[in-house]
Design a protein around this ligand. Structure first.
Ligand code: GUN
Length: 283
């Protein structure tokens, strides 16, 4: 029986830490603010954004909601970002991904002031991560790191395998694990004999976006398995990238979906936003 890693409990611990900063900021008359830009009507993105805004409000972070139809132009999107960059009430800016195909996500991300880049997607933030300099870290992998730390999972010298090489999760995840002295392998669609590579992992992170792809065959007995996937199941519910029923008996610890990585992503967004406000207040 594996330990079920409780993302909601760790997220609550993160939010309790953040609450202390929020009350100190309140004494200085500062309310942390997050601008949330949602383009189009993708239902999954709308749900994520609603949950992010709810978590912010609960933590005393005011959310400024910018919803636009799918057919806005790049210039219009850029103008929203410019406005948020200039607004002193806004400490963090989140442009929900993915954007419609005609919009250039790279241009939008690069336009966000690096000090307000609470997603950690800006080239400057990713550069800081590569160089090991403090700065905003991408929320999902940062949340995974926080969860591993909370449960005392030792990464020093551990074999970590990350399945998926996205800029949002896979690549920053690999760098963060490396920073904690894991020996890291990043796998992707061209990796040969993926199950065999995954079976080398002491810590296996699945971030591929394919429902239940990681079965027991991919998991070394006693491995820690982190499921970043959020997929729609056939029955309508959420399913991860990990086939929980087959993997749980093999793993020593595993994150569920929902209730694993998802709440951590949102908690780290709140944390990054409050940290950005603290940074501004201390200047
Ligand atoms: N889409 C999926 N995950 C994320 C995230 O962490 N931030 C943003 N902005 N978009 C996403």
């Amino acid at each position: 029986m594996a330990l079920i890693i409780d993302g909601n409990a760790v997220a609550a611990a993160v939010k309790a830490e953040v609450a202390e900063d929020v009350s100190r900021l309140a004494e200085q008359g500062i309310t942390p603010g997050l601008a949330v830009v949602l383009v189009g009507d993708d239902p999954a993105s709308a749900t994520y954004v609603a949950m992010k805004e709810r978590d912010c409000e609960e933590a005393g972070v005011v959310a400024f909601d910018h919803r636009r139809p799918a057919d806005i132009t790049q210039e219009e999107l850029n103008a929203i970002i410019d406005e948020c960059n200039a607004d002193p009430r806004v400490h963090g800016i989140l442009v929900q991904m993915p954007l419609p195909d005609h919009l250039d996500a790279e241009e939008a991300i690069a336009r966000i002031s690096p000090e307000k880049d609470v997603d950690g997607f800006h080239p400057a933030s990713l550069g800081r991560l590569v160089r090991g300099i403090e700065g905003p870290r991408a929320c999902t992998p940062w949340g995974v790191m926080r969860m591993l730390r909370h449960y005392g999972i030792d990464l020093n010298g551990a074999r970590a395998v990350v399945v998926g090489r996205s800029t949002i999760v896979g690549k920053p995840m690999a760098l963060m694990l490396l920073e904690e002295n894991a020996t890291v392998t990043v796998c992707h669609s061209r990796t040969r004999d993926l199950p065999a590579v995954c079976r080398e992992a002491d810590v296996l992170v699945a971030a591929v976006g394919r429902p239940k792809m990681i079965t027991a065959e991919y998991v070394k007995p006693g491995a820690v398995v982190i499921d970043v996937g959020i997929n729609r199941g056939e029955a309508g519910g959420l399913v991860g990238d990990v086939d929980f029923e087959s993997v749980e008996p093999v793993a020593s610890a595993i994150t569920p979906v929902p209730g694993g990585v998802g709440p951590m992503t949102r908690a780290m967004l709140v944390s990054n936003t409050v940290a950005a406000a603290v940074h501004v207040a201390g200047r």
